[in-house]
Design a protein around this ligand. Sequence first.
Ligand code: IPM
Ligand code: MN
Length: 354
Amino acid sequence: MGNTYKIAIIPGDGTGPEVVREGIKVLNASAKKHGFKLDMTEFDYGGDRYLKTGEVLPETAADDLKKFNAIYLGAIGHPDVKPGILEKGILLKLRFELDQYINLRPVKLYPGVETPLKNKGPQDIDYVVVRENTGGIYTGIGGISMKGTQNEVAIQSMVYNRFQVERCLRYAFELTRKRNKNNTLALVGKTNVLTFVYDLWERAFHEIGKADYPDIKREYYHVDATCMWMVKNPEWFDVLVTGNLFGDIITDLGAITQGGMGIAAGGNINPEGVSMFEPIGGSAPKYTGKNVINPLAAICSGAMMLDTLGETTASDEIEQAVMEITANKMKSLDAGKMGYSTSEIGDMVAERVA
Ligand code: IPM
Ligand code: MN
């Protein structure tokens, strides 16, 4: 008998529930085939719950979620709620409270998928961004004083300590080794201007690399230049590691080079605790309830979840099934232009996996 995994499901807002439904379909097909069990419990966190109850997240949410093996999330963000409330109050709060200090975002162009990059194919676009996920300017202290006056001051500081930087770098080195592709880890920073924060990152990077990962080649790129090379020479990259804000920005660029938000998967990882998997696109209110949104990003996030749980064969099979479908079936990855509905795509992946 295979393992039983307790999975918390947070469908969330907008198209989140639609894509999560297809992800669950695929996960269950895979579980059945491989003989493991997924014991799922749904949580209603999101905009609708907030509008109804006035509460963004229950006090006990993080503690409740700690009892699970993993969390599978759709999307957070509601058109009737002021930007920031749900994003900070649910998504970021869970990342921080569950200490999911890695945001793992593969940038991989699947066969048959159109990329806006000229003359680039699947052999050129295949790298992973390791984004630090619990620190930096996202959690740094700040505030506004004399608000609304000509003397108004706003401060939001980028704060990192050695511990946060080091655990993120070590994760990235380990991943680079495990991936065993080019054995090259590139630090993305801004040492020419952020001469304190990225100086810390750079020193830690070389110290740790020299001492414990002599087999891994180290490179450094400024973040602005990284954006250029991600467009012009994505084949240079194997694993990139960077702070929270830069990681947020460059992974949207990465996502569009792999075909857009319909395919971009991610995981908020706590290597010693509970991780949370989510498609990196938002709640897409425009497409909600129409059965036209692309569920592949959610399905691929589900595959990442299985990988983290140790079900690596099951995870690889889902990715293979997705690749077959992008190569042979889908006209486009964009909502409404796929040639299939949301649920038909889910069915196709589930059938292949089964
Ligand atoms: C992401 C999102 C979030 C972030 C927002 C919604 C808070 O953009 O997951 O990339 O900035 O991390
Ligand atoms: Mn983002």
